[in-house]
Design a protein around this ligand. Structure first.
Ligand code: FEO
Length: 169
């Protein structure tokens, strides 16, 4: 495999684990506000990010590539309102989309059609992730300032359950 593509795939394991760490931090913040539904939503989001990391790891293993696990960065955002972590999450997902697009670009340059096919799932996933993150912001703007409505929103997010990724390697 092209060296740069292999390096970016390896880096993406770390980026996805950082995403899991960031969402754990967000979940922890909402837990401190007793917004258990939001905390649940981001706990599940963290699980999904761990799954993404493991998919990149498995893909590298399946292709006989050497995997190097690096240190995971410390989430360093100070959260100060119910809305702010939602914005951080949306911004972060756009950053991850750029990362995926960049690997896709390098795979395309290298005529690595196998990696492009693997990444297709993540391209779709990022559309979904951005949409969900944006929806959480707009719903907060619509309903979040009213305590009763915020309570109902929180209840809805409490109902989210973990599902394993549809991509199996
Ligand atoms: Fe792994 Fe939220 O993208």
């Amino acid at each position: 495999m092209n060296e740069k593509v292999a390096m970016l795939l390896n880096e993406q394991i770390n980026k996805e684990l950082y995403s899991a760490y960031l969402y754990l931090d967000i979940s922890n913040y909402y837990d401190s506000l007793d917004l258990d539904g939001y905390a649940n939503y981001y706990m599940i989001q963290a699980q999904e990010e761990r799954d993404h990391a493991l998919l990149f790891l498995k893909y590298m293993q399946n292709n006989g590539l050497k995997v190097t696990l690096e240190a995971i960065g410390k989430p360093d955002k100070e959260f100060t309102s119910v809305l702010q972590p939602l914005k951080v999450a949306a911004e972060h997902e756009r950053y991850v989309t750029d990362l995926i697009n960049n690997i896709y670009h390098e795979a395309h340059q290298a005529k690595d059609y196998r990696t492009m096919k693997f990444l297709d799932w993540f391209v779709d996933e990022q559309m979904e992730e951005e949409k969900n993150a944006d929806t959480m912001i707009s719903r907060y703007h619509l309903f979040g300032q009213d305590p009763k409505s915020l309570y109902l929103l929180d209840q809805e997010y409490a109902a989210r359950v973990y599902t394993a990724p549809s991509l199996v390697l």
